[in-house]
Design a protein around this ligand. Structure first.
Ligand SMILES: [Zn+2]
Length: 354
């Protein structure tokens, strides 16, 4: 049974006027999932706040103390992009806690898969600081919880259009967590070069593919078929998280990518296929960015449809982009740069080229 997290608290993280990371985002996804019948097709997982122990696994005591001292009950900014409102601390703790609960229920076999519609998002939150609209790193907290409760290896795929610098920072030197990011590059926050492959104890378990602005379904699926899926197959995780932003959507107002709903569905199908084959089907999809309401709604309902499909059709391998045309050629160069950076270390090095 698929588990899902939807809750009013995630609308109570109130944005300053005009801010793109606004409560309507969670409402749009919630309304679309309800319309798609998620109540009949899954089971709702009640929220809970992340415990101090859970948060301390991925965030420093100093940063957590700062948040507790600064945020609860107040309105303000922790940096130029990242605001808080009176109930933001409650929402942030619930986002991290509910994602953890969902992941642990999946690990225990009480649920087969999960979708968490939470705010504030998490992938930019580093061990020592929040940024990029993110306060606590929801997926990192949940991945660490899964590791503490029986998962030997966890994979995190970040298809948000921004580089998930926070998640990379937290698991940089941890060989038990495979971090895979496909992002617009160069772009926010500037990290995510192919040469970033992990710390000395975890070389090769950080994988970055930075695609040029203008990339669409063909470029994204080529990265999945030639980098992300092979790395997952080699790593053989017990659980796969997806940091699912929908800001690579073709009509997103902030970023410059051209991914369609079919593209998001095809990416989800690839990850479900790996999860089914290698991870007992265990996959947890967590909302991150995405600022076009239709893109968010359609993106997540397509993910739900893929997760609920009784069986997956065979997936044809997407060809590597040709070295022609500006976007395709740059995308091919990006894939080659990542594969070259991983030739000697980690799961991509261990995997024969397809
Ligand atoms: Zn983003």
């Amino acid at each position: 049974m698929l588990g899902y997290v939807l809750d009013e608290i995630f609308v109570q993280h109130r944005a300053p006027s005009g801010h793109p990371e606004r409560p309507a985002r969670a409402e749009a996804v919630r309304d679309a999932l309800l319309k798609a019948g998620i109540v009949e097709r899954g089971t709702q997982v009640p929220i809970r706040e992340a415990t101090d122990e859970e948060l301390a696994r991925v965030h420093s005591g100093g940063y957590l103390d700062d948040l507790v001292r600064t945020i609860p009950g107040k309105t303000g900014w922790i940096d130029a992009d990242t605001y808080y409102s009176p109930r933001s601390w409650e929402a942030a703790r619930a986002a991290a806690g509910a994602t953890s609960r969902l992941a642990l229920d999946v690990m225990r076999g009480e649920l087969s898969q999960g979708i968490a519609v939470v705010r504030p998002p998490g992938h930019h939150a580093e061990r020592d600081r929040g940024m990029g609209f993110c306060l606590l790193n929801n997926v990192a907290v949940a991945a660490a919880a899964a590791r503490a409760h029986g998962a030997t290896r966890v994979a995190i795929v970040v298809w948000d259009v921004d580089h998930g610098n926070g998640t990379q920072d937290i698991f940089w030197d941890d060989p038990s967590v495979l971090y895979l990011s496909i992002h617009q590059y160069p772009y926010y926050p500037g990290t995510g070069a192919p040469s970033e492959i992990g710390g000395p104890n975890a070389l090769g378990t950080t994988v970055n593919v930075g695609l040029p602005s203008g990339s669409g379904d063909a470029e994204y699926l080529a990265v999945f078929d030639h980098v992300i899926v092979p790395a997952l197959e080699s790593f053989a995780p017990d659980l796969i998280f997806v940091s699912a932003g929908f800001d690579a959507f073709q009509h997103d107002p902030l970023a410059g990518m051209r991914v369609t709903f079919a593209g998001f569905a095809a990416m989800a199908a690839r990850l479900r296929s790996v999860a089914d084959r290698l991870a007992g089907g265990r996959i947890v999809v967590v909302l991150e960015g995405g600022y076009d309401l239709d893109g968010l709604a359609g993106g997540m309902t397509n993910v739900l449809a893929v997760l609920k499909r009784p069986a997956l059709e065979p997936i044809a391998l997407t060809p590597l982009p040709a070295f022609t045309g500006s976007v395709a050629g740059l995308a091919r160069a990006a894939i080659d740069a990542t594969l070259a950076a991983h030739h000697a270390h980690g799961p991509l090095a261990a995997k024969p080229t397809r």
